[in-house]
Design a protein around this ligand. Structure first.
Ligand SMILES: [Cu+2]
Length: 147
């Protein structure tokens, strides 16, 4: 239930931020708006740095937690707790390994290791696009520098 409040807050922030983004694009700076995937500028990441086991649930049709922060080298277990098949695809193809639909039926678990520092956005192509719907992101930080 705690996450529902965060999601609502994020949606409000995204809505409020639209005007500013358009102005930035029009001004041609382009530096902050070109990353593929969902807009992560106003997102609150759940801090999982230092956790021994990190899990993300895929439900119908949302990832929970949608946005998490981990240390480089962390292996995240994705578990399908929904009643439908899902998949986990990096927005930037090849950035991390993917979990195909065939390997992610209800009850299935699969892992992805995040070795490179940076933001990795992912989505389920059955219930989302690279920017909307069933999307999530992992913020990967240097070990020992978590927020
Ligand atoms: Cu899905």
């Amino acid at each position: 239930m705690r996450f529902r409040g965060i999601v609502v807050a994020v949606l409000l922030l995204v809505a409020a931020g639209c005007g500013a983004d358009e102005e930035a694009s029009a001004a041609g700076d382009g530096a902050t708006t070109t990353a593929p995937g969902p807009d992560l500028s106003e997102v609150e990441f759940v801090d999982e740095t230092g956790a021994e086991e990190v899990e993300v649930e895929a439900r119908d049709n949302v990832f929970d937690a949608e946005y998490i922060e981990v240390e480089a080298g962390t292996t995240i277990t994705f578990r399908n707790d929904g009643r439908n098949p899902h998949n986990v695809l990096p927005v930037v193809e090849g950035e991390v390994s993917e979990i195909p639909t065939e390997a992610f039926d209800p009850g299935d678990e699969a892992t992805i290791t995040f070795d490179e520092v940076g933001d990795v956005a992912y989505y389920c192509s059955l219930h989302g696009t690279t920017t909307k719907g069933m999307v999530g992101a992992v913020r990967v930080v240097e070990p020992g520098t978590g927020s």
